[in-house]
Design a protein around this ligand. Structure first.
Ligand code: MG
Length: 258
């Protein structure tokens, strides 16, 4: 099943979209906090505007340098422990929302990534129990002001600015999804920039969630983005970035200047 959050002109609604279907079964409430219960309406996918499938209640947790090739292109080796940073929930945008390049950066990069959506409160979760705290998976773009990342000394401005966290197009809830071997492909105006599988993560998904839960209490609706493969690069106003993850879908956003 895919969980969508959408607008049909009214306040945001949630729906369930079956694989291969364009029919959205509208749900009574937010499936994170309510039983999945249809409200009786069906809408067509092309009749609504998809929104970010989740607005994190407290945080987006980012993981840096989790693919060895990417660590090397950033000019170093992979760290011994995963590097953790935060993106505020105000950085989140949805499918087709514009990535707004801030006026104070001259070098904004795409970073296509697998995103994990947390289902239930999680603290010190053992690796073999991680699946019970995960609602599902979506696609993220960890948009980064690379020049500021280099000069600021920490990453809050470079990775936390408004519109720096596109998420979507939906949350895939599928116990059969092999998240530790999914292809992540980023295209800019159709040109492939990143193309790697999650099998090449240094710390795999479940271990990451377990580790992050030793640092933070994760709340329902929090999101963990799991690091980007090699091939990061600049995006300019007028371009379109598409991040595709096998078995989940494609997140597409235009780029504009502030
Ligand atoms: Mg990243």
């Amino acid at each position: 099943m895919r969980i969508v959050r959408f607008s049909d002109g009214d306040s945001p609604r949630y729906g369930a979209l079956e694989e291969g279907s364009t029919r959205i079964v509208v749900l009574k409430g937010d499936p994170l906090f309510n039983p999945v219960e249809p409200d009786g309406r069906i809408v067509e996918l092309d009749e609504v505007r998809l929104l970010s499938p989740v607005i994190p209640r407290s945080k987006v947790v980012g993981i840096g340098k989790n693919y060895a090739e990417h660590a090397r292109e950033m000019g170093g080796e992979a760290p011994a422990k995963p590097v953790i940073f935060l993106k505020p929930n105000t950085s989140v945008i949805g499918p087709d929302d514009p990535i707004v390049r801030p006026s104070w950066s001259n070098e904004v990069h795409h970073e296509g990534e697998l995103a994990v959506v947390i289902k239930s409160l999680a603290k010190n979760v053992p690796v073999d129990e991680v699946d019970r705290v995960i609602l599902g998976y979506t696609v993220a773009n960890d948009v980064t002001a690379r020049d500021c990342q280099r000069t600021d000394g920490q990453w809050t401005r470079a990775k936390g600015f408004d519109s720096s966290c596109p998420l979507g197009p939906w949350i895939t809830v599928d116990p059969a999804l092999d998240v530790e071997n999914l292809r992540v492909t980023t295209r800019v105006d159709g040109e492939i920039r990143q193309d790697e599988t999650t099998a090449h993560m240094i710390t795999p998904v479940r271990e990451l969630i377990a580790y992050v839960s030793t640092v933070f209490t994760l709340l329902p609706g929090d999101v963990v983005i799991t690091g980007t493969p090699a091939g990061v690069g600049p995006i300019e106003a007028g371009q379109r970035v598409e991040v595709t993850i096998e078995g989940i879908g494609t997140l597409s956003n235009p780029v504009v200047d502030a």
